[in-house]
Ligand binder design. Structure first.
Ligand code: DGY
Length: 317
């Protein structure tokens, strides 16, 4: 019987799909420790991993049978892809099925930051609302503002499309210019410097890799508008979090919304005490539909490799 590990409980019944497998399914709320996962991987044929699992060379050094890693996320920076390729291990992710969910969350952060929704909610709960005031919680509208998108994959493009419906101007910067996609939503490709200079709202949707790591540090925040809002939906390590906290403190930018953190799950202490930042617990893809589709895609990918000896369309190596 082939052995498959699922490292965390999924919001979808997967047991039926793996009836004919030796399924090691971690249904506890605690993650498997690195040692436990390494031990289980020893004779496993497949693993459905989470973005919080570090699937590196050390973790895989004794995993002699492993044929496929299906990562329950679109990002796969938690996996040593080169090592997997060297060992002929197929790595898959879950693209497309979480695009809308993640872009919607990005837009929710954007509007919440613009209109100070979280601060205003706290104000009411604290019994501070004493009546309508012309000056109470003044925020900013989106119309005619410029949305800058860093990383123009499916999530960035979908977010850009939402923004066009709110009558925003959309500019973007990414590794390469995407002429066809930019035309579809009337977005404009700009240099990174231009993006920093002109964005009223700057949203990061890029993946983490060697060229995006710490792309946003003190130097970049200093070049942004003091009225600008910074949103990160990509990966925490794209931003030096202590520099972001300082930029917010010093008024180099005005507001931030984060779904991901440099040292996830821990969050910079300064940020935790600031009112002008919204902090979410990495819930970009957390809709019932998206998470269900992600599970189905992982199951399909594993079976394609183990039962058909084929490389799935969503393989990343
Ligand atoms: C992913 O799946 O990589 C994203 O972080 C969604 O939240």
């Amino acid at each position: 019987m082939k052995k498959i590990i699922v490292t965390k409980k999924l919001p979808f019944d997967i047991e039926d799909s793996f009836k004919n497998y030796d399924l090691i399914y971690n249904k506890s709320s605690e993650p498997l420790s690195e040692d436990e996962l390494q031990r289980e991987l020893y004779d496993a044929d497949a693993v459905i991993s989470m973005l919080s699992d570090k699937i590196n060379a050390k973790m895989l050094e004794n995993a002699g049978n492993l044929k496929v890693v299906a990562n329950y996320a679109v990002g796969f920076n938690n996996i040593d892809i080169d090592y997997c390729s060297e060992k002929n291990i197929v790595v898959c992710n879950t693209p497309h099925v979480l695009t809308e969910a993640t872009a919607e969350l990005g837009f929710a952060l954007l509007i919440s930051a613009a209109r100070r929704i979280v601060e205003a909610d706290k104000f009411v709960r604290q019994g501070k609302f004493k009546g309508w005031e012309p000056t109470l919680f003044l925020g900013h509208g989106l119309q005619n503002k410029t949305l800058g998108i860093y990383g123009f994959g499916k999530i960035g493009q979908t977010l850009g499309n939402f923004a066009r419906n709110f009558k925003m101007n959309v500019i973007y910067n990414s590794r390469s210019r995407k002429r066809h996609e930019e035309k579809l939503i009337d977005a404009q490709y700009v240099t990174f410097e231009h993006l920093l200079d002109k964005s009223d709202f700057l949203v990061v949707t890029a993946p983490l890799n060697t060229s995006t790591k710490h792309r946003f540090t003190k130097n970049e925040f200093e070049k942004m508008r003091s009225s600008s809002v910074f949103i990160n939906l990509g990966r925490g390590e794209i931003v030096r979090e202590s520099d972001l906290a300082e930029a917010l403190e010093n008024g180099e930018i005005t507001y931030a919304g984060l779904d991901v953190y440099e040292f996830e799950p821990s969050v910079n202490k300064k940020l935790l005490n600031m009112d002008n930042v919204i902090l979410l617990p990495h819930i970009g893809s957390a809709t019932v539909t998206a998470r269900k589709e992600m599970a189905k895609l992982c199951i399909k990918s594993v079976k394609k490799v183990l039962e058909k000896n084929n490389v799935p369309w969503n393989a990343v190596n």
